[in-house]
Design a protein around this ligand. Structure first.
Ligand code: CMC
Length: 381
């Protein structure tokens, strides 16, 4: 062993400040999250997801003219490209939807007429195109898993309405659209998380936006990051969801399940956070959206399962839920397959990732940390 392994290393880059960003601020002390200075709860209450996307990209709230121009652009760029459909169609219908989403973004990058152009104007346009195009990928994949045909987008619907329309082939109730919109706003941006940092590392080599986002999707897939919303639902499924069960009985069962899981030293997905230690700032707003879905679908037992797990984790370890915890059952109640949950996170986070790609490129320095060698000393063959 060499001396180098005596150096201080920051495993998992824990506590390391890697760069400045003006896109979002996570404040664990005050449990707050600001997008370009605005509290995310206010944005989720008052703005459309399309307006939040413009805020993240441009740094300021859009004027009415900017909003209308983007609305028209977004609505006219929603169709699934034939090349993407062909690529998806060769994949088995049980391919994980994150692999489908990653493949689709890679194809969109490969066929882009300005694939190699990383100028600010073209990069912003590519971000807007991807924002508009990705919902059709998720919707089509969800439908083909059920043996259903592609549903074409509708220009008379907003982003969330159209997303649900393309997925389920019918207009969603206003409460469902609202809960979906809230989830999109909350998932949009979260500073230097693993997938965003991945996108910035790839951009720092001067690679293009689609390469950065394809790589970010790979990072998001893992259950310690975005895959947690899917994993949360697997927990609910493991406990057992019975629509006929009372809320109280479901809570008692899930509490007992959590006590057993913690006794077995299991890590339960949807709880804990690297930055927030006293609760995730996004959870109360997302919990409100879940409450409204539970009321809309009359599924009190889902809230019972939710409350029981949360209470038992809090009592045993004081660990709070993260955003993925209320998001998972919300998407379940809307009718999405569990495996589709993390691709919904992609659809939202395309905004934050692309804002970071542009910020990294505007003041670039190749991201290349050092390592402390702890292998054998030099030796001869
Ligand atoms: N279930 C059980 N124990 C937990 C959990 C959990 N979900 N999270 C943390 N702990 C315990 C952990 O076992 C450890 O205990 P001990 O000190 O006794 O060994 C202690 O808390 C510290 O955990 P850690 O994993 O070292 O902390 P971290 O800051 O590296 O981890 C985390 C943060 C998110 C990776 C972790 O909390 C976790 O694995 N959570 C489950 C996965 C999850 O929900 N991820 C979504 C994160 S938020 C959305 C996103 O960014 O995508």
């Amino acid at each position: 062993m060499t001396q180098e392994n005596q150096q201080e290393i920051h495993k998992g880059l824990d506590g390391v400040i890697a760069d400045y960003t003006a896109i979002s601020k996570v404040n664990p002390e005050s449990n707050s999250l600001l997008y370009r200075g605005y509290p995310v709860q206010q944005l989720a209450q008052q703005l459309s997801f399309e307006e939040v996307a413009l805020l993240l990209w441009n740094g300021e709230l859009p004027t009415a003219a900017q909003r209308d121009e983007f609305t028209a652009f977004e609505r006219s760029h929603r169709a699934l490209a034939q090349e993407v459909k062909t690529a998806i169609d060769v994949l088995p219908t049980d391919t994980h939807p994150m692999d489908v989403g990653r493949t689709a973004v890679s194809v969109l990058g490969a066929i882009h007429p300005e694939a190699g152009d990383t100028s600010p104007e073209v990069e912003l346009r590519k971000a807007k195109e991807l924002f508009a195009a990705f919902p059709a990928v998720v919707a089509y994949d969800q439908r083909r898993r059920r043996g259903l045909e592609l549903v074409e987008p509708r220009e008379d619907l907003d982003y969330s309405q159209n997303f649900l329309w393309m997925t389920f082939g019918e207009e969603a109730a206003p409460e469902v659209v609202e809960a979906f919109r809230v989830s999109m706003v909350l998932y949009a941006e979260h500073s230097f998380n693993a997938s965003t940092f991945t996108a910035r590392v790839v951009t720092s080599t001067l690679a293009d936006l689609h390469s950065a986002i394809t790589s970010a999707i790979g990072a998001l897939k893992g259950p310690l990051h975005g895959g947690a919303n899917e994993a949360v639902m697997h927990t609910f499924e493991e406990i057992g969801i019975d629509p006929k069960e009372s809320r109280e009985d479901a809570a008692a069962r899930s509490k007992a399940w959590m006590e057993q899981a913690l006794a077995e030293k299991r890590k339960v997905m949807g709880f804990g956070h690297r930055v927030y230690k006293n609760g995730d700032s996004r959870v109360p707003t997302m919990r409100g959206a879940l409450d409204s879905m539970v009321a809309h679908y009359g599924r009190g037992e889902v809230m019972g399962l939710y409350d029981g797990l949360e209470a038992a984790m809090d009592e045993a370890k004081g660990i709070k839920p993260n955003l993925d915890y209320p998001a998972g059952p919300t998407y379940h109640l809307m009718g999405f397959d569990t495996e589709m949950f993390t691709p919904l996170f992609i659809a939202s986070r395309i905004t934050g990732w692309s804002a970071h790609v542009m910020e990294q490129r505007a003041d670039n320095s190749l991201i290349r940390p050092l390592s402390a060698y702890n292998g054998p000393d030099e030796r001869s063959l």
